[in-house]
Design a protein around this ligand. Sequence first.
Ligand code: 5GP
Length: 140
Amino acid sequence: MNYDDDNIFARMLRGEIPCEKIFEDEHSFAFLDIMPRAPGHTLVIPRAKASGFLDIGADDLCRLMVCVQKLAPVIVKALDADGFMLQQFNGAGAGQTVFHLHIHIVPRYAGRPLRPHGEQMEDTDVLAGVGAKIRAALGG
Ligand code: 5GP
């Protein structure tokens, strides 16, 4: 799939628009979803230009998933969640709305239903508080 350099996540990577960043390294970048399905809903993206799961090289995909594996338990612990769910959508028909590959890490709380996907905007202050907790747990 063609990659649009002006998609919103590409613009975040370039620092052109703000986000509640929780982690970054040479290959990956992670920030809070602005319409979280649960508190701490995090998006992990590669710096590599890939629209979806089928558009990334194996090495970059492995680095991305290693980053997801590193972040998920820290987020769960920081927010006292009971577990987490991974989601990843490919194609508009499948629910993808931003065409830069991203893995959703959604903390889960026993007995607490999820909010709908991409519908309810969270307050900036709430996101900032959650982001601070996660960054503290990551040691930053
Ligand atoms: P998709 O449906 O493509 O898998 O998910 C895109 C996700 O990006 C949605 O969960 C949506 O809430 C989130 N999102 C869309 N625009 C923004 C934004 O400007 N900032 C942040 N932090 N998240 C966004």
